[in-house]
Design a protein around this ligand. Structure first.
Ligand SMILES: [Zn+2]
Length: 348
């Protein structure tokens, strides 16, 4: 039994978006880089399609039906950014199903809370379309179903997870994931994102609502932010929150469009920055003795995307935990600590 499992499906290549930046070449580039490295020793599995029941925990049935009918009729533009083809519905089912199967591997009989021991302690679901912009009843921002949200809901409903932490390091705010869990206290959603930038949500003041107050942690950063800012938010905000929240499962919504080479945004994260964030999250999962799953989001510069997925999976899956970088407290991360301290006293 492998310690690390990767979920993929060829339907990711059949979601035809033409010359759109979110296109099949992204998956081709990632899989080529991984296969050249013997998939880093990860076991590769085929993702099942998500069932209506699994999707229904996050999306109303009408949303699923409408999307299926639209794709079957040939597809087209859902909005200015979101384009679908006849193969898109199947691709979206497997993208969500990959996240579900990943959670099954991590929390089912194969997985274990303890690191090592040969059981599955980390996994990745590498598909397109991405998911973190998809709202319960609205596809948007290249996203059709909320893949990581479907995975988190599956952890809670099917595996009895009490708490799930989702950390979204995509350069865009994961507005869909945030909307899905905004009023809940069993999913802690943490997002670092460039602001201002699409989709315009994710203000620092958006901390969740009702029972979920304090469980949406939005960390907007200005364009130009690089490794120091991103790593500081991980080390000094996300990791202390994880220790306080004590989740049963850690999920990464991993986009690579904060990379300096990415054409869609203006952040300056390097390959080493992504490796560092991955090492910090790996250390967090090890420390809390919980499994960690990664769901691919954005990333549009093919070479940087492929390289950074490789360094991330290398850090997550390595037999020996990689060295954790020493990270200074950035002024923006300090501000985040201060505003969160009312809900999370250990950050004070
Ligand atoms: Zn993005």
């Amino acid at each position: 039994m492998a310690a690390a499992v990767l979920f993929r499906h060829p339907s990711s290549l059949e979601h035809d978006t033409g010359g759109h930046p979110e296109n099949a070449r992204r998956i081709v580039a990632i899989e080529r880089a991984l296969s050249e490295r013997d998939w880093l020793g990860w076991e590769v599995r085929s993702s099942p399609a998500a069932t209506r029941e699994q999707l229904g925990r996050v999306h109303p049935a009408q949303h699923v039906d409408r999307l299926e009918a639209f794709c079957r009729r040939g597809g087209g533009m859902i909005d200015m950014d979101t384009l679908v083809s006849p193969g898109s519905f199947e691709a979206a089912l497997h993208a969500a199903g990959g996240a579900v199967a990943m959670v099954d591997a991590l929390l089912g009989s194969e997985g274990t809370a303890a690191a090592g021991g040969g059981a599955v302690r980390c996994a990745a679901s590498l598909h397109r379309p991405p998911g973190h912009h998809a709202k319960p009843a609205q596809a948007m921002g290249f996203c059709l179903f909320g893949n990581v949200a479907v995975g988190a809901a599956h952890a809670i409903e099917a595996h009895g997870a009490q708490r799930v932490l989702i950390f979204d390091w995509d350069v865009h705010h994961g507005n869909g994931t945030n909307a899905i869990f905004r009023e809940r206290d069993d999913v802690l959603f943490c997002s670092i994102h460039q602001s201002p930038l699409y989709p315009g949500t994710g203000a620092a003041s958006d901390i969740g609502r009702g029972a979920g107050a304090g469980f949406s942690v939005n960390m907007p950063v200005p364009g130009g932010s690089g490794d120091a800012v991103f790593l500081s938010h991980v080390e000094h905000v996300v990791r202390p929150l994880a220790r306080s929240f004590a989740p049963d499962l850690l999920l990464l919504s991993a986009g690579y469009d904060a990379h300096a080479d990415d054409p869609l945004a203006g952040c300056r994260v390097t390959d080493a920055g992504f490796a560092g964030m991955a090492a910090l999250m790996r250390a967090t999962a090890d420390e809390l003795e919980i499994p960690l799953g990664l769901v691919l989001e954005g990333g549009y510069e093919l070479a940087a995307l492929a390289r950074c997925v490789v360094v991330t999976l290398a850090a997550l899956g390595a037999d020996e935990a990689p060295a954790v970088p020493a990270v200074e407290l950035d002024p923006l991360a300090l501000q985040a600590q201060q505003r969160l301290a009312a809900h999370w006293p250990t950050l004070a």
